[in-house]
Design a protein around this ligand. Structure first.
Ligand code: SIN
Length: 483
């Protein structure tokens, strides 16, 4: 498809104006390598102009009654849903995921807007029992100010709506720098926000290939009071350091190395369905996907056989093919990484049970793969695979599984499968992760707090907690009260 022929913009958005530039970069379809559009390649000065706009728009937006902001967000939600099909087509063209997944992502992305349209009305402070007869205490919640959001390519709509809707609901204004791989989805959702009535300057989008300079402009500016980032731990650390000088509040959704633990007493069918959903969603390109599948000895052989059978039903094809369940990876680096991880694992004694090769559909397609006999020391057990590779580790005891699961600097998601309630509680409590799926392989939704511990990040998105991230608590002490 040609994104130029859709109604969605290919220009950046600053202060309510669609901005073009003589300098552009191409957006490519990963399934075919063909060009979808050219978008402006903006720079640090443009980022500062966007911050100016967000800074100027902030007082009026913050002063609006939450109910009025809510009405605009609600309209945005309705427009997103009304455009589900065209947004999904755009996403599949730009990002590569199968159309059925793209449609689900639009609905998932819109759900955050609906949730925060409501939740913004509930930014409650509270009263505090006094410590002195002549004083009264209370807190109020206020928006933190201008927010900068740096967003990834793997969920090019949901990761933007999750951040922008919570910021806007709280009364903040925002500058978004989307991934250079998927700027069109960002611009499309921004257009719908404008159509819904989001005022000029409240939501700005800077498209750029120069992530480093634009990132520095965003993190270095004292007027930006909050940075929210989804991406790698490596880049998260750089942004964390860069934000130190201006003491920004941070939400960081970083890398993961999720263990999915299947105990002997698990419901096999359920654990296979969950492992498939967790592992192969978006061709394995999610931060929460099962990066290590730990299977207890007593169920191991049956699990491998069933996983093999389920994997053989996956259909690799361009995302626009209605049969597709596995689309292309995002770029050549992703393919190189998957191949290198598999080569390292095989060299150290692992066995490729199925797949393990590029797929004939094109240079960015990779066959769904199962690799067994993985050991914790292998790179594949320590790095995010971000590809359609199920990596299986065998274990004997509960204690061993917990030790392997926690032996990582990451702590985003974890999954466990057991029909023993005591074990499920014990293990869920012991796992070092921000989110644990118990007999569930997919848990992301707008009402649940999304985020990690350890080097997987700071803060939470979605849920009640997601609004708090954009609010400051102000304490009011009222003195001189006479009886
Ligand atoms: C991610 O992988 O970055 C987000 C996945 C989700 O929201 O479920």
């Amino acid at each position: 498809m040609n994104a130029q022929s859709t109604t969605f913009p290919t220009a950046a958005l600053i202060d309510g104006k669609w901005i073009t530039s003589s300098k552009t970069f191409p957006v490519l379809d990963p399934a075919t390598g063909s060009k979808l559009a050219d978008v402006p390649d903006l720079n640090a000065d443009d980022a500062r102009r966007a911050i100016d706009a967000a800074h100027q728009a902030f007082p009026a937006w913050a002063a609006k009654p939450a109910k009025d902001r809510s009405a605009i967000l609600r309209r945005w939600y309705e427009l997103l849903l009304a455009e589900t099909e065209s947004l999904a087509q755009l996403m599949t063209a730009e990002q590569g995921k199968p159309l059925c997944e793209a449609r689900k992502e639009v609905v998932y992305g819109a759900s955050f807007v609906e949730w925060f349209a409501e939740e913004g009305k509930r930014a409650y402070g509270h009263t505090i029992p006094t410590t002195g007869a002549s004083r009264r205490y209370l807190t109020i919640k206020q928006p933190i100010g201008v927010v900068a959001a740096i967003t990834p390519w793997n969920f090019p709509i949901a990761m933007i709506t999750r951040k922008v809707s919570s910021a806007l609901a709280a009364g903040c204004t925002i500058v978004v720098k989307p991934s250079e791989e998927t700027p069109l989805c960002a611009l499309a959702v921004a257009k719908l926000a404008v159509d819904a009535g989001v005022p000029a300057g409240v939501f700005n989008v800077i498209t750029t290939m120069d992530a480093a300079s634009v990132g520095q402009a965003l993190t270095g500016d004292d007027r930006v009071r909050k940075l929210t980032f989804t991406g790698s731990t490596e880049v998260g650390k750089i942004l964390y350091r860069q934000s130190a000088d201006t003491i920004k509040k941070l939400t960081l959704e970083l890398g993961g190395n999720a263990p999915l633990i299947v105990f002997d007493d698990a419901d096999l069918e359920r654990s296979i369905a969950a492992a498939m959903a967790s592992k192969f969603r978006n061709a394995g390109q999610t931060c929460v996907c099962a990066n290590r599948i730990l299977v207890q000895s007593g169920i191991y052989d049956r699990f491998v056989a069933s996983l093999h059978e389920a994997t053989s039903k996956l259909h690799v094809a361009p995302g626009r093919d209605p049969q597709s369940t596995i689309g292309p990876l995002i770029n050549a680096d992703a393919i190189t990484k998957v191949k290198a991880l598999l080569a390292d694992a095989v060299a150290k004694g692992a066995k490729i049970e199925v797949g393990g090769t590029p797929d004939a559909h094109g240079p960015l397609f990779f066959t769904p793969t199962i690799v067994t006999g993985v050991k914790p020391r292998m790179a594949i057990a320590n790095e995010e695979i971000f590809g359609p590779v199920a990596s299986l580790i065998r274990f004997d005891t509960e204690a061993e599984a917990i030790a392997i699961a926690n032996d990582t600097p990451y702590g985003l998601a974890a999954y466990l499968f057991s029909q023993n309630v005591s074990r499920a509680w014990r293990v869920a409590e012991a796992l070092e992760a921000g989110m644990v799926g118990i007999n569930e392989g997919m848990f992301s939704n707008e009402v649940a707090p999304f985020g990690g511990v350890k080097q997987s990040g700071l803060g939470r998105e979605g849920a009640q907690e997601g609004l708090e991230e954009y609010l400051e608590t102000k304490f009011l002490c009222i003195g001189g009260i006479t009886s």
